[in-house]
Design a protein around this ligand. Structure first.
Ligand code: G3P
Ligand code: CA
Length: 324
């Protein structure tokens, strides 16, 4: 684990709007360096090689996404449907149809290769440093736990995102079925103490709290023009994204998350200000933004005192943390 600088040395002298540093709480937990989808900037996302790379870099936590196959196998995939820029069928052709992972058995899913981004895609340009690894499949969550166990990484943590949308229920398992199957794999592998469950769809967090109150839940938010999963709720309206919950008048997002039972707030990093971080930490909600890939953004967020950072380039973050 990387040791953080003392909270007050990070925060002193910073402008925090109307928030005062009197609200600030010294943090008890060390900084949490999370490898996004393993280490997406370096190796094919959400695959065993990407997780191995993140482990070699020395992350504290592997960030990953899950879905369920037709036969209820918990697999690691960001997209509920096969990603057409990633998935090649047994003939070597990139898929061109919309194929839901939930519509395939695990045996069928295994026939797809996700080890090389489609070279002509914009996605390939975005992750030009990513090292392709042909013949790499979509892994099961269980196989990741097994690999981590074999490498003796008994402190490594898992930040597991349930990928589903209240607006597209036909594409995935239901919230309840997804959480039950996820918890079964976590408990079977005896890693509950090292897991958090995160989601933009707060239904799964509510269900997880009921079924497994010992597992901390992480509330994901994005407040951008193209997607705002808490916009309605913050205006006092019950929203499908927030499990039917609405914020009270003048309730901050952090206070809303706390009332919903969350322990961690994971916002899109561009939605954050230092005042929001200080206010959130003051009520005991840790702040771990995603997905931070530029050094300047890492530097600013670290100076603001975030509790962790999720990055596609955990190597850059690790080096930056070591040097500062
Ligand atoms: O950890 C949160 C972050 O992973 C959310 O973004 O779309 O990469 O899953 P996404
Ligand atoms: Ca994710």
């Amino acid at each position: 684990m990387i040791k953080r600088r003392g909270f007050f040395s990070q925060a002193i002298g910073a402008a925090v709007g109307t928030t005062t540093l009197a609200n600030a709480q010294p943090r008890s937990k060390p900084f949490d360096l999370q490898g996004h989808r393993g280490a997406r900037g370096l190796a094919p996302e959400n695959t065993l090689p990407a997780f191995a790379r993140a482990m070699d870099i020395g992350v504290d936590t592997l960030e990953l996404d899950i879905g369920l196959t037709k036969d209820d196998v918990v697999v690691i995939s960001h997209d509920p449907v096969l990603n057409q820029d990633l998935a090649r069928d047994s003939t070597g052709a990139y898929v061109s149809e919309r194929v839901a992972i939930r519509s395939l058995t695990y045996a069928q899913l295994q026939t797809y290769d996700v080890g090389r981004i489609k070279p002509s895609s914009k996605y390939a340009q975005t992750f030009a440093q990513q090292q392709a690894m042909d013949s790499t499949g979509i892994p099961t969550l269980e196989s990741l736990f097994e690999m981590v166990r074999q490498r003796g990484k008994n402190q490594l943590r898992f930040n597991i995102e349930t990928k589903l949308s209240p607006l597209k229920p036909e594409e995935t398992a239901s919230a309840e079925v997804m959480v039950r199957n996820l918890l079964q794999v976590i408990e079977k592998n005896n890693v509950a103490a090292r897991c958090t469950i995160q989601s933009f769809d707060w239904r799964t967090l509510e269900i997880s709290q009921k079924l497994a109150p010992h597992i901390a839940t992480v509330y994901l938010t994005i407040q951008q023009g193209n997607l705002n999963n808490v916009g309605e709720a913050l205006q006092g309206r019950a929203s499908a994204w927030t499990a039917g919950l609405a914020a009270k008048e003048n309730e901050s997002l952090a206070a809303f998350i706390k009332r919903a039972g969350g322990k961690v707030w994971s916002p899109f990093f561009r939605d954050l200000t230092q005042a929001l971080i200080v206010d959130s930490q003051a009520i005991g909600i840790a702040v771990i933004p995603w997905t931070v890939n530029e050094k300047a953004d890492m530097e600013r967020l670290l100076a603001w005192g975030v509790d962790g950072i999720i990055s596609d380039y955990p190597n850059v973050l690790a080096e930056f943390k070591k040097a500062n």
